[in-house]
Design a binder for this molecule. Structure first.
Ligand code: AMP
Ligand code: ZN
Length: 128
């Protein structure tokens, strides 16, 4: 049988995933206030919200950030966008911002791909 990387635990696909906070949330090793979960995605409320409604959508697969999204991950990344928009509306937010940070200078602090969904107040542009 062919070796399928997607059948292996995260740690075997990417050794960094062992120490990854969001892998641990995805695995259930660290608790989070989840608002959605399926076989590929988890959404949970941000622990330090920057807006009245602020949650994160992550893939269960460890990817370090948006620049690590490969051709094989395009459908997964698209599902993150659609699920973020759907959950925003389901949580009473019609106007919202979707943000991916890549790199420390852009504000990335957790190096597991995540989509911020922010809403519930007027949001300034450009962002800081
Ligand atoms: P970023 O700065 O784009 O890497 O975003 C990381 C986000 O994760 C921040 O908004 C944090 O507040 C949030 N965060 C960090 N730890 C947790 C946690 N344990 N549960 C929920 N959100 C978290
Ligand atoms: Zn991870």
């Amino acid at each position: 049988m062919a070796l399928r990387l997607d059948n292996l635990p995260n740690a075997q696909v990417n050794p960094m995933a062992n120490d990854c906070l969001f892998c641990k949330i995805a695995n259930g090793d660290i608790p989070a206030r989840k608002l959605y979960e399926d076989e590929e995605l988890v959404a949970f409320w941000d622990i330090a919200p920057q807006a009245p409604k602020h949650f994160l959508v992550i893939p269960k697969k460890h990817l370090s950030g948006p620049a690590a999204v490969d051709t094989d991950d395009e459908a997964l990344a698209g599902r993150m966008l659609r699920k973020g928009a759907q959950l925003a509306r389901e949580n009473g937010v019609e106007s919202f911002r979707l943000v991916f940070n890549e790199g420390a200078e852009a504000g990335q602090t957790v190096f597991h791909l995540h989509l911020h969904v922010l809403g519930g107040r007027a949001l300034a542009w450009p962002p800081g």
